[in-house]
Design a protein around this ligand. Structure first.
Ligand code: CUA
Length: 323
C-alpha cells in the first residue's frame, strides 16, 4: 500500500528516547508519528480546556448582591466551530491510524515466513528448513512475516524496537510482519499476562547483515555434526521446555523427574506398570497421553511433527545419562 501522506512528512528514523528504543523497522517511525499526533493533539486540548475552565470559574464566580440565575443562549458560530474542528481532527487521526494499521496487518506477499510458537513460558521459532530456535534470527532489510500460534494460553509477541505487537492465541494463527532496518540485537517480550513466568518469557531478535542469516541457519541447524547424542538431548531439554515440567534432581514438578528414570519401573494411572526403556520414552514424547504415570495430570503436549526419530534418539541417550 502506498502511504502518500508519509512521503510528504517522512523524517529520518529516530534514535532511542526516554520511552522507547530506536525506530528499527520500516513501520516504527509511522507508528510513532500516529502516536505523537494523537498525544500532542490531546495535550493541546487538555491544557486549553483545563486553563479556560479555571479562568471561567474565576471570572464568572458568584458575587455578593448578584442574582443566582445565570442567563445563557446559543452561540451558533461558536458551537459550529467546536464541532467541526474536533471532527476533522478525529477524522485525520482515524485516517492515519487506520492506514498504518492496515499496512501493519497485511504482510507483503513475498515476505519470508517464520513460524512462532508461544508456550508457558518461552518462544520457539521454526525456520523454513525445520530448524527450531529460541531466538528470532532475520536478515536486515527484508520483509519477514511471523505466523504465530500458542500451545496453551494467550500470549502476545512484542518487539518494541520494531513497534510491532500481536496476540498469539491457541487454536488459531495470527500474523505479524516487519522489515528490520539495521543489523543488531533486539528484545522481544510476551506482553499478555500468561502466568508465573510471564515476565521471563523473552526472546532475542538477531538481525543479520546480508548473507549472515543464511550462514547462521545452516550452522545452527547442524547439531548432529557438532555434538554427541546426549549433548543434543541436553540442548533439547532446555530448548523445548522439558525443564519446565521435568526436574533433573528428583524434585516433583508438573511431570515426573528425569533423575534415574532410565530402566526404572513406573506405576501408571490405569494401574498397570511399565519399564522406562527406548520405546516407552519414544511413546511418551510423541504420544504423551498414552501412558500417564500415576499421580500426574495428562498435560504434556505432543512433540509429534516437531521431533524426528534422530531427535527422539538424542533425548533417550540424554535420559540414560541422568543417574
Ligand atoms: Cu506469555 Cu505472557
Amino acid at each position: 500500500m502506498t502511504t502518500n501522506w508519509w512521503t510528504m512528512i517522512a523524517a529520518k528514523p529516530r534514535g532511542p528516547g526516554f520511552w522507547l528504543p530506536a525506530q528499527s523497522s520500516t513501520i516504527a517511525d509511522k507508528v510513532d508519528f500516529v502516536w505523537d499526533v494523537t498525544l500532542w493533539v490531546s495535550v493541546f486540548f487538555f491544557v486549553l480546556i483545563t486553563v479556560l475552565m479555571g479562568v471561567f470559574v474565576w471570572k464568572y464566580r458568584g458575587r455578593r448582591g448578584q442574582g443566582t440565575t445565570a442567563t445563557h443562549d446559543h452561540n451558533t458560530p461558536l458551537e459550529l466551530t467546536w464541532t467541526i474542528i474536533p471532527t476533522l481532527i478525529v477524522v485525520v487521526i482515524f485516517w492515519l491510524g487506520f492506514e498504518t494499521y492496515l499496512n501493519m496487518a497485511t504482510p507483503p506477499q513475498n515476505a519470508m515466513t517464520i513460524q512462532v510458537t508461544g508456550q508457558k513460558w518461552k518462544w520457539l521459532f521454526t525456520y523454513p528448513n525445520g530448524w527450531v530456535d529460541e531466538s528470532l534470527h532475520v536478515p536486515a532489510d527484508t520483509d519477514v512475516a511471523l505466523v504465530m500460534t500458542s500451545e496453551d494460553v494467550i500470549h502476545s509477541f512484542y518487539v518494541p524496537s520494531f513497534r510491532v505487537k500481536k496476540d498469539v492465541v491457541p487454536g488459531r494463527y495470527s500474523r505479524l510482519w516487519f522489515n528490520a532496518r539495521e543489523p543488531g540485537e533486539y528484545q522481544a517480550f510476551c506482553t499478555e499476562y500468561c502466568g508465573t513466568d510471564h515476565s521471563a518469557m523473552l526472546a532475542k531478535v538477531v538481525v543479520h547483515e546480508p548473507g549472515g542469516y543464511e550462514k547462521w541457519l545452516a550452522d545452527a541447524s547442524n547439531l548432529f555434526d557438532k555434538y554427541t547424542l546426549p549433548q543434543i538431548g541436553e540442548i533439547y531439554y532446555t530448548k523445548y521446555g522439558c525443564k519446565s515440567c521435568h526436574s533433573l534432581d528428583g524434585t516433583r514438578v508438573i511431570g515426573p523427574s528425569f533423575q534415574g528414570i532410565w530402566g526404572s519401573e513406573h506405576a501408571l494411572a490405569d494401574g498397570s506398570r511399565v519399564v522406562v526403556d527406548e520405546n516407552y520414552i519414544r511413546e511418551s514424547i510423541l504420544e504423551p497421553q498414552a501412558k500417564v504415570v500415576a499421580g500426574y495430570d495428562p498435560v504434556m503436549p505432543t512433540f509429534k511433527g516437531r521431533f524426528k526419530d534422530e531427535d527422539v534418539t538424542a533425548m533417550i541417550e540424554y535420559i540414560k545419562t541422568l543417574k
